[in-house]
Design a protein around this ligand. Structure first.
Ligand SMILES: [Zn+2]
Length: 156
């Protein structure tokens, strides 16, 4: 059997406490640390703790709402401006070759948090999919969240 070393994961192993309440509402109350990259008047930008790929960012409204139809016009504009800013940060820091961007609406669509809208921005590179996800259900992320968050915040 081969061994895959990922020592940065020790920060998460065994610490998976169930936090009460919404993770996005918790993040909006916290200072700019951990995975929070920037905040605006209506939205927050943060790194996904369980990324599909390195640099997986999420943008969510400050209000705890789960329906697109409940977004106010100013929130739509703010979220899209935050998306534009987050994409520019990713381009500066990680230089992706493409992106997957979208909303998972409802548990049937794969939403982990159904009550609070969040827009996923997943950077992509040619060749970033390899045998690991299909052979072992394991995704290899090449950079720690803390290191990436610091680099992104420096340019925010
Ligand atoms: Zn919430």
């Amino acid at each position: 059997m081969d061994t895959l070393w990922a020592p940065w994961r020790i920060n998460y192993v065994g610490k998976k406490k169930k936090r009460k309440g919404c993770i996005f509402c918790h993040a909006k109350k916290s200072a700019l640390n951990d995975q929070v990259i920037f905040k605006t008047a209506k939205s927050i930008c943060l790194l996904n703790k369980y990324p599909y790929n390195n640099g997986h960012i999420m943008i969510c409204p400050l209000r705890h709402i789960g329906q697109v139809s409940r977004l106010k016009e100013e929130e739509v504009l703010d979220i899209f401006k935050s998306f534009k800013k987050a994409k520019a940060l990713l381009e500066k820091v990680l230089k992706p070759q493409g992106y997957n961007i979208g909303l998972n609406l409802g548990a049937a669509a794969g939403a982990g948090v159904t009550g609070h809208l969040h827009l996923h921005i997943v950077p992509r590179w040619f060749g970033d999919t390899n045998f690991m996800p299909s052979a072992s259900g394991t995704k290899v992320i090449s950079q720690s969240l803390d290191e990436l968050a610091k680099r992104l915040r420096k340019h925010a």
